[in-house]
Design a protein around this ligand. Structure first.
Ligand code: ASP
Length: 330
């Protein structure tokens, strides 16, 4: 359990756009809050009325299962008025812009928009034109703040020290880094929590990450890009496989899925070579038999479903924080 400690300084923020600007104290506050949200979910009441009457709308321009449903479950557990904006059947098909949609939702008394968009930066644009709170639920290849936060909560529960930090822990992230907003956000949260992160994958899918690793400064942990899976997995505490994002791959970026699996896939044979304590994560959705084998995904080291479950209390914590932040900012 993450203890509150002395530095329980309140972080009030009206939006959650990125995790790159969250320091350890801000991350810790969210970890602590997510734990109390979990206790609320486990209680007989199963939730609270804290966001009663608050309109929360999920506005997803890209597909999603876990993220959208867990935000909606989280908002409902706090008593919010939840709406799903269905982009496919909405006026977006008639050419309505993001700006018009955001203004319309505000007029319809939405206080929080949970936004997923294919364009990096879209949540910042929305935040400039919306009187309520914007939560970034994934923007292009850029960021996926709540995925990184829930991953941190799971890793911190299993590997964290008393205050939840990951100092001295080695975490490998393997696969299609190039197209992954998950890895870009996880780099910040994991290094801020003190972990040493090893990044690896096929050369064409790790382009630019050596430079990115250099730019992560001031964090307690470090980032290293390595070109061999064996080096990345040596003595790791946890490994996260990333999805091969077939919908974003350009010609020539991947030879074949079979070749990928044999060079980079988390197979039972590869797992057998890991330290016995090493844990396995995947943000989902998984291409089973490509980046991760089914028996590994369902195996005893796998935290995949725990990651999905952890999304609800963490998103409750985030919703709570932004609504409080909006109230504080008037
Ligand atoms: N669900 C995650 C995302 O939206 C990971 C993925 O799609 O591969 O970025």
């Amino acid at each position: 359990m993450v203890t509150q400690g002395d530095s329980s300084q309140e972080h009030e923020r009206r939006h959650l756009l990125d995790v790159a600007d969250l320091d350890w104290s801000a991350l810790r506050q969210l970890l602590v809050s997510a734990e109390s949200m979990q206790r609320l979910l486990d209680s007989t009441a199963g939730g609270s009325d804290d966001l009663r009457g608050v309109g929360v709308t999920t506005l997803f321009y890209e597909p999603s299962t876990r993220t959208r449903i867990s935000f909606e479950t989280a908002a409902a557990a706090l008593g919010a008025r939840v709406s799903t904006f269905n982009v496919a059947t909405s006026s977006v098909g008639k050419g309505e812009s993001l700006l018009d949609t955001v203004r319309t939702l505000e007029a319809l008394r939405t206080a929080v928009i949970v936004l997923r968009h294919e364009r990096a930066g879209a949540p910042w644009f929305a935040a400039r034109h919306f009187g309520g709170s914007i939560i970034n639920a994934g923007d292009g290849w850029h960021a996926h703040p709540t995925q990184a936060l829930l991953d941190l909560s799971v890793l911190s529960r299993h590997l964290g020290d008393r205050d939840g930090s990951l100092v001295g822990r080695r975490i490998a992230i393997v696969g299609d880094l190039l197209h992954s907003r998950v890895v870009r956000s996880n780099l910040h949260t994991l290094t801020t929590a003190g972990a040493d992160v090893l990044l690896t994958g096929p050369a064409r899918l790790i382009t630019g990450f050596a430079e990115l690793a250099q730019s992560i400064r001031g964090a307690r942990g470090g980032v290293r890009v390595v070109t061999s899976l064996d080096e990345a997995l040596d003595d790791v505490d946890a490994v996260m496989a990333l999805r091969i994002q077939r919908e974003r791959l350009a010609a020539g970026e991947l030879d074949s899925l079979e070749a990928y699996r044999s060079a980079w896939g988390l197979t039972a044979a590869r797992l057998a070579a890991l330290a016995p304590r090493a844990l396995v994560l995947h943000p989902g959705p998984m291409n089973e038999g490509v980046e991760i084998d089914p028996d590994v995904a369902d195996g005893p080291r796998s935290l995949v479903l725990e990651q999905v479950r952890a999304g609800i209390p963490m998103r409750m914590a985030v919703l709570h924080q932004v609504v409080r932040g909006a109230r504080a900012h008037g």
